[in-house]
Design a protein around this ligand. Structure first.
Ligand SMILES: *Cc1c(COP(=O)(O)O)cnc(C)c1O
Length: 356
C-alpha cells in the first residue's frame, strides 16, 4: 500500500505546555493524522491536518455501540537528539488483532508505522526532553456510519493524536498497593479481553473506583469464571518472582498481549532467568508468600514500563511483597528497557526505530 500522506500545516501553532507539569494525556500537539475507510474503496485519503474537533452526526455508530480500537506507544528524544520509537510495528500488528475482533477492516502495518513517523516528525518540537518524559502516541479507529442498527459499520476513521507526557515516576519508583477484585470481571475467554477496545476500559471503572475508595492504586483482575487465576493489574500485564522463577499469566484470550510483557520475557531469557507463561492462582501467590518465596511482583505497560507491587489485598488479607520496596530484578528491567528507549543502552535486540 503506497499512499501519499497529504500535509496541511497549522497556521496558528499552539503555545507548548510547561515541561514540569505535563501530567498524562492533557495536552495535544499541533497536528493529527486521519485516514478514512469506505466499503468497496478501502482505506483512503491519508492526511495530516491541524489538531482540532471532529464533526460527527449524533447517530454515528461509535457513540452507541463502541465499535472502536486503540493503541498506545511513545516517542523519546535521545540525548544525542535522535527521536526513537519502541517496537512500533508491534502496535500496528496488535491494532489489526483488535480490528479483527471488532469487525473493523485491517490497516497496512508498514503504512501505520509510516503514518506515526510522519506525524511525529512534523510535531517533533513537542517531544519533551526532561528525564522520564515522552511524547505519547494514540492511534485509534472509530466506526463512523450514521446508523442506529447493530452491525459492523461500513465506514471508519483511523486517527493518530500526540500528547506530550510527564515522567510516570516523578519522585522515584514507588511500589503500588493492589486490591484483588473478587466480584467484577474485566474479561472472559471468548470476550474482548485480548483486544484494545474502549468497552473493556469502561467496564473496568467500577472496580477501579472501589479499589480507590479502599486506598488501593489498582485492581488485580482474576479470571472471570472461577475467580481463581491471575489475569492483569489495572491495564498492565503482571509478573511475579517466586523463588528463582519469574511467572506471568499465559495469553489465553482474556489477557492483552502487552509489548512491554513480550520485551520483559525476551530480556529475562537473554539473562538466563527462568521465565514461565502459565496459569497462576491467587492462592499460589499467598502460599508462596507464607513460605517466603514470593520475592517480587510488578506490572508492565507502556505508561509505567515497570510498576512494582508492594502490597496485595485479597479478601481482606493483605500481604507485603519485598518489604514494599522495588526488587532488584524489577529495577534492572526498568533501567534496561528505559535505557534502550532513550538510546542510552545499546539496542542489541533491534527494538528502536528512528524517526528522521
Ligand atoms: C495496553 C495494555 C497493556 C500493556 O500493553 P503494552 O503494549 O505493554 O503497553 C496491558 N493490559 C491492558 C489491558 C492494556 O490495555
Amino acid at each position: 500500500m503506497a499512499y501519499e500522506i497529504k500535509i496541511e500545516k497549522t497556521k496558528s501553532p499552539k503555545q507548548k505546555p510547561d515541561q514540569a507539569n505535563l501530567g498524562f494525556g492533557k495536552y495535544f500537539t499541533d497536528h493529527m493524522f486521519i485516514m478514512d475507510y469506505t466499503e468497496g474503496q478501502g482505506w483512503h485519503d491519508p492526511r495530516i491536518v491541524p489538531y482540532g474537533p471532529l464533526e460527527l452526526d449524533p447517530s454515528t455508530m461509535i457513540f452507541h455501540y463502541g465499535q472502536a480500537v486503540f493503541e498506545g506507544l511513545k516517542a523519546y528524544k535521545a540525548k544525542d537528539g535522535r527521536i526513537l520509537l519502541f517496537r512500533p510495528d508491534k502496535n500496528m500488528e496488535r491494532i489489526n488483532i483488535s480490528n479483527d475482533r471488532l469487525c473493523i477492516p485491517p490497516i497496512d502495518v508498514d503504512f501505520g508505522v509510516q503514518a506515526v513517523k510522519t506525524l511525529v516528525s512534523l510535531d517533533r518540537d513537542w517531544i519533551p526532553t526532561a528525564p522520564g518524559t515522552s511524547l505519547y502516541i494514540r492511534p485509534f479507529i472509530i466506526a463512523t456510519d450514521p446508523y442506529l442498527g447493530v452491525r459492523p459499520s461500513s465506514t471508519y476513521k483511523f486517527i493518530i493524536i500526540l500528547s506530550p507526557s510527564g515522567a510516570y515516576y516523578e519522585s522515584g519508583i514507588n511500589p503500588v498497593k493492589i486490591y484483588v477484585e473478587n466480584y467484577y470481571a474485566r474479561a472472559v475467554k471468548g470476550g474482548t479481553g485480548y483486544a484494545k477496545t474502549p468497552g473493556n476500559y469502561a467496564a473496568s471503572l467500577k472496580a477501579q473506583d472501589i479499589a480507590h475508595e479502599k486506598g488501593y492504586a489498582q485492581v488485580l483482575w482474576l479470571d472471570g469464571v472461577e475467580k481463581k487465576y491471575i489475569e492483569e493489574v489495572g491495564s498492565m500485564n503482571v509478573f511475579f518472582k517466586i523463588g528463582d522463577e519469574v511467572v506471568t499469566p499465559s495469553l489465553d484470550g482474556s489477557i492483552l498481549a502487552g509489548i512491554t510483557r513480550d520485551s520483559v520475557i525476551q530480556l529475562l531469557k537473554s539473562w538466563d532467568v527462568k521465565v514461565s507463561e502459565r496459569k497462576i492462582s491467587i492462592q499460589e501467590l499467598y502460599d508462596a508468600h507464607a513460605k517466603g518465596t514470593l520475592v517480587e511482583a510488578f506490572g508492565t505497560g507502556t505508561a509505567a514500563v515497570i510498576s512494582p507491587v508492594g502490597e496485595l489485598n485479597w479478601n481482606d488479607k493483605a500481604i507485603t511483597i519485598n518489604d514494599g520496596k522495588i526488587g532488584d530484578l524489577s529495577h534492572k528491567l526498568y533501567d534496561t528497557i528505559t535505557g534502550i528507549q532513550n538510546g542510552v543502552i545499546e539496542d542489541t535486540l533491534g527494538w528502536t526505530v528512528e524517526v528522521k
